[in-house]
Design a protein around this ligand. Structure first.
Ligand SMILES: [Fe+2]
Length: 434
C-alpha cells in the first residue's frame, strides 16, 4: 500500500510549512522506490518524461521561483540544471526539448537525489529564517510549488506505467494487484433542475490553481448525470458492436486518429487467444475488472461511446454543479480511491448511493465536453508563473474529478484538469449525462 502523507490545509506557521513541505517531497521519492535507476531514465514517448527528470524539475521549480529570488545567499546547485529541468517557462529561459528529456543521462539519478536534498535543506532554512511577513507574501507561491509537485507525482505514476508497458515482458511496478471486492450497480440517473448556478473557486483561503477562477454564473437546462462512470464491461459491449469500425459515432479528428493508429480498444487493453481482454496494470497484464470504470481512453473514445449509447458527456459546468448539488465531497467514501487507497487502478463503484452519484472524486478523471478555455474575467498572473496554466487554454478538453493515482489533498470539486483530445495515458474515463 502507498504511504499516506500530507494533509489538505494551508499551514499557518513555519513549522507547519516545513512539515507539509517535507511530506510532499517525501511522497515523490517514496513512489519511486520500486523503480531501478534504468526505469527512471526512460522516455517511452514524447508525452512521457523520465522519473529522474520529474524529480529534478520539481526541485528546479522551488529553486527558480523561491530560493533564487528570495534567499540572497542561496547557492545554486548546478547552473546547467536551469536548461535541463525548465519545462516550458519562456520567461525563465531556453530549455531541453521536451521530446528529448530521455537523452539527459547526466546528471545521474544519485546526483538528482543530491540536488533534491540541497533544495530541501535550503527550503527548510528559508522557512526557519525568513521573516513571517515574507512567508505570508509568498504563501501562494509556496503552495503552488507543493501542488505542482503533487501534479508531477501523478505524472510520474502515469509515465512509469507507460514506460513499463513498452517492455516486451511487461514488468511489474508491484508484485500483486489487490483483489477486487465489489461489483457495481445498475446505472441510475440523478436529475439536476435547470437554473442559474455559480461555479469556480471562490477564494475562500484554500489553495486553487488560477484556472479555477474567477467564480461566475452559468445557466443550465435540466439534466441528469449518471450514478457512476461507464465500466469496462459496458465499454466492451461498444467494442463488440463494432464501435471502433463505425464512423457514425466519431468526431472527424477522432476517426482519423483511430484509423491512423489502428486503435481497437483503450490503451493498455490486449486481446488474448480466447478472445478475452486483459489490461496492463502496475502488476503487469491482469484480467479486466468487468465492473470497474473504463480507463485510459481518449476524449474521442469517450465521445464516441456516448454517441453509441445515445447519451452525451457532461459539460464541465454540469459536472461541477452536479457535484455541488449532491454534495459529493461530503458523502461517505468520497475520494476513497485516490493514491492513498493503494489500489492504483479504478475499482467498481459498489452499491448505489441513493443520495448522490459515486466516484466523482476518485478512480478516473472524467472527460467533459468542454473545451479548456479561460473563465470569464480570467487573467494570467504577470511574469513566469503566469505561464503555469493560461497559455495552454487552446485545443484541449477539460477533465474533472480525480483519479486512483491523485495524491492526498490534491482533489477539489473546482479542479480543472486538461489534456489533448487524443491523449490517453492519463487515468481518464467518463460519466454519461442526458
Ligand atoms: Fe511542472
Amino acid at each position: 500500500m502507498t504511504t499516506i502523507v500530507s494533509q489538505n490545509y494551508l499551514p499557518n506557521s513555519s513549522g507547519a510549512y516545513i512539515s507539509r513541505f517535507k511530506d510532499v517531497r517525501a511522497l515523490s521519492e517514496s513512489i519511486t522506490l520500486r523503480l531501478s535507476a534504468e526505469d527512471q531514465q526512460v522516455q517511452s514517448m514524447p508525452d512521457v518524461s523520465p522519473t529522474k527528470w520529474h524529480l529534478a524539475h520539481t526541485s528546479w521549480f522551488f529553486e527558480t521561483f523561491i530560493l533564487r529570488p528570495q534567499v540572497p545567499d542561496y547557492s545554486v546547485f548546478d547552473e546547467s540544471f536551469g536548461f535541463l529541468f525548465n519545462s516550458y517557462y519562456e520567461a525563465v529561459g531556453p530549455r531541453q526539448l521536451r521530446a528529448e528529456r530521455g537523452l539527459i543521462t547526466r546528471p545521474t539519478l544519485d546526483e538528482v537525489h543530491a540536488y533534491r536534498a540541497h533544495v530541501d535543506a535550503a527550503m527548510v532554512g528559508f522557512f526557519e529564517n525568513a521573516d513571517p511577513a515574507q512567508i505570508e507574501d509568498l504563501c501562494y507561491l509556496i503552495e503552488l510549488g507543493m501542488h505542482h509537485e503533487q501534479q508531477h507525482q501523478e505524472l510520474i505514476l502515469m509515465d512509469v506505467k507507460h514506460v513499463l508497458s513498452r517492455n516486451p515482458f511487461g514488468p511489474s511496478y508491484r508484485k500483486k494487484e489487490p483483489a477486487t471486492v465489489y461489483a457495481t450497480h445498475e446505472l441510475q440517473w440523478f436529475t439536476v433542475p435547470g437554473g442559474i448556478y455559480t461555479i469556480g473557486h471562490d477564494d475562500d483561503g484554500q489553495f486553487a490553481f488560477d484556472n479555477e477562477g474567477p467564480v461566475h454564473e452559468v445557466v443550465l437546462g435540466d439534466f441528469a448525470i449518471a450514478s457512476r462512470c461507464v465500466t469496462n464491461g459496458e465499454y466492451q459491449a461498444f467494442i463488440d458492436d463494432d464501435g471502433y469500425k463505425r464512423s457514425e459515432f466519431w468526431h472527424s479528428d477522432g476517426w482519423a486518429r483511430i484509423s491512423a493508429e489502428c486503435w481497437q480498444a483503450p490503451l493498455y487493453w490486449q486481446q488474448v487467444e480466447d478472445g478475452d481482454w486483459v489490461e496492463f496494470t502496475y502488476a503487469g497484464l491482469c484480467p479486466l475488472y468487468h465492473d470497474a470504470p473504463v480507463c485510459h481512453v481518449s476524449f474521442y473514445e469517450a465521445a464516441a461511446y456516448a454517441a453509441w449509447a445515445g447519451k452525451r458527456l457532461p459539460t464541465e459546468a454540469e459536472w461541477e454543479v452536479a457535484a455541488n448539488y449532491f454534495n459529493v465531497a461530503q458523502r461517505p467514501g468520497a475520494g476513497a480511491n485516490q493514491l492513498a487507497s493503494g489500489y492504483l487502478r479504478p475499482i467498481p463503484a459498489g452499491e448505489v448511493d441513493p443520495e448522490a452519484p459515486k466516484g466523482m472524486l476518485g478512480d478516473v478523471w472524467e472527460w467533459t465536453q468542454s473545451a479548456y478555455s479561460p473563465y470569464p474575467g480570467f487573467r494570467a498572473a504577470p511574469g513566469a508563473v503566469g505561464e503555469y496554466n493560461g497559455k495552454f487554454m487552446v485545443n484541449q478538453m477539460v477533465l474533472r474529478g480525480a483519479s486512483c493515482v491523485t495524491p492526498p489533498g490534491h482533489a477539489r470539486v473546482t479542479y480543472r484538469n486538461f489534456f489533448y483530445p487524443h491523449q490517453r495515458w492519463a487515468f481518464a474515463g467518463f460519466r454519461l449525462t442526458e
